[in-house]
Design a protein. Structure first.
Length: 513
């Protein structure tokens, strides 16, 4: 459903009974790919929450309250219209109607719904009237504090019951799953629809319990995939105690705080164990795709599933001698920025680049070759994951890695207050500076000074831009980008002084000889 709160996500429902064809084509592609690789989809029809669009938006379309969503006949017909359009849709890629598509495991009434039994009966009955080929899952939000609805256990139109678990104490998870098992009493298929934010050792015991009690499956929160622009998609939640972030297969050291590598290895092992299968060996990664390079300070590639690192090579000639310039590089260190800055490139030279992917089973074939790339300047880039790039640190500056949701999922940030500051030095003439930051104030929170001797500093002006759209549901801090152009200056030191409490996410110091 159209979501006015955040993001440029595909919008499937533009208005009651009005659907966006281009967005539905993303689902067409997803189902086609799922059939190709053997994945089965749980397909929810509506979200209870405003994120990504759902019950609040349906209600807003008609000027109704969210509670009326469950009882108002017009809103119920609006949801039915979406269900009918979806189930009877003909896939533009495969030509198969969704109701005949084998990649769909089940239709789910929705995500974490607070629906009364009367609504569930109407909606599941309607789904079954249109499609008798697929299972139907009750999307009622049964969780640690809300039990399974008894009425759903008696409905022939409901095939699967699910519960969600984010209890802080693992002991409570066992109690609540056991209570659900007793309530369901083998009347319906039972799956754990979501669980997470617990230690790897406790998750292992929970999965053992799930397998030993013949629960049909369990879905961990959450796995995010590669971006076509390079790197991964990121997501964190307040329930994650400010620590847990979305997992990235096969696990990276950037996720050490929540044991990502071991956690994902455990999930893979248990995924085969629940099927009674031996765990197969990890396959060697496929070939990555090196993206166009317009500036050697901004190099990225499209990662491949299963790769845990990459090697980047450079040559002066397309068929020449390749030089290793980046070894065991992670594409899970940077959040929504470029993956590599070629700091050893020489100004005035032209270079060609290629990349290979690695994992425990070997190395891929080299990627496509990109070049020639002419080096016109160099850049000292600081992504705030340590203090190594700073010439001098002034005052109390902390590296922050928590509550990423408030900071557009940026994983590493410097936080300080007045009068703290940082100084950078570059081996050349500073040409341009860009600083990416967050503050709770919608105003400039930094002063910038330049020098050629680190003694005499001059205050310089900066241009500040922001695309802030509000604090939202998570108390977002205000993002700002500061830019300074120094064409007429001959300086090689930059001092950044905090005027008020802020967090810096990235600093780019461009320079020439």
């Amino acid at each position: 459903v159209r979501n006015i709160h955040e993001g440029n996500y595909p919008t499937y429902v533009l208005a009651p009974n009005k659907f966006d064809e281009s967005s539905f084509k993303t689902i067409d592609t997803m189902l086609a790919l799922a059939n190709k690789v053997g994945v089965r989809i749980i397909f929810p029809f509506v979200n209870c929450w405003q994120w990504m669009g759902g019950r609040p938006q349906y209600s807003d379309f008609r000027g109704k309250t969210q509670e009326e969503f469950w009882t108002d006949s017009t809103l119920i017909e609006d949801v039915k219209a979406t269900i009918k359009f979806t189930i009877e849709r003909k896939n533009s890629v495969t030509g198969v109607q969704y109701k005949d598509d084998k990649s769909i495991l089940c239709w789910e009434t929705g995500n974490e719904l607070t629906s009364p039994p009367s609504w569930t009966k109407i909606i599941t009955g309607y789904i079954k009237s249109l499609d008798k080929n697929h299972l139907v899952m009750d999307g009622f939000n049964a969780n640690s504090g809300t039990p399974v609805q008894m009425e759903s256990l008696e409905l022939e139109s409901v095939d699967i019951i699910s519960t969600h678990h984010y209890e802080e104490n693992p002991a409570d998870v066992f109690v609540n799953i056991e209570n659900a098992l007793k309530t369901i009493n083998n009347k319906k298929v039972y799956v754990i629809g979501e669980f997470g934010f617990l230690s790897t050792s406790s998750i292992e015991k929970i999965l053992d319990y799930i397998i030993s009690n013949n629960i049909s499956g369990a879905l961990t929160w959450s796995l995010r995939y590669h971006r076509k622009e390079g790197g991964f998609y990121w997501h964190s939640e307040p329930l994650g105690l400010g620590i847990y972030k979305a997992y990235h297969w096969p696990g990276f050291t950037s996720g050490n705080e929540y044991d990502e590598i071991n956690y994902l290895a455990l999930m893979r092992k248990k995924a085969f164990e629940i099927q009674g299968l031996q765990v197969p060996p990890i396959l060697k990664p496929g070939k990555p795709n090196l993206l166009p390079i317009y500036d050697q300070t901004r190099i990225s590639w499209q990662g491949v599933a299963g790769a845990n690192s990459y090697n980047l090579e450079r040559a002066l000639d397309k068929s020449g001698k390749w030089e290793l310039i980046g070894y065991n590089l992670s594409d899970a260190e940077a959040t929504y920025t470029d993956l590599f800055n070629d700091q050893t490139a020489e100004i005035g030279k032209d270079y060609y680049y290629r990349v290979t992917a690695n994992n425990i089973s070997g190395r891929s074939e080299p990627s496509n070759i990109v070049g020639p790339v002419k080096v016109q300047h160099k850049c000292l880039i600081d992504n705030m994951n340590n203090f190594a790039s700073i010439y001098h640190k002034i005052g109390d500056i902390k590296i922050k890695t928590d509550n990423d949701r408030q900071f557009r999922e940026v994983m590493y940030r410097f936080e300080a207050d007045s009068p703290a500051g940082i100084i950078y030095h570059v081996p050349g003439k500073l040409e341009k500076i860009s600083l990416y930051s967050f503050s709770e104030l919608n105003e400039s929170t930094f002063d910038f000074y330049i020098s050629n001797d680190n003694v005499n500093y001059k205050l310089v002006s900066s241009e500040r831009k922001t695309n802030f759209t509000g604090k939202g549901d998570y108390g977002y801090w205000i993002p700002s980008v500061y830019t300074i152009n120094l064409d007429s200056e001959n300086v090689n030191y930059l001092k950044i002084v905090f005027k008020s409490k802020s967090q810096i996410a990235r600093v780019e110091n461009y320079y020439v000889k």
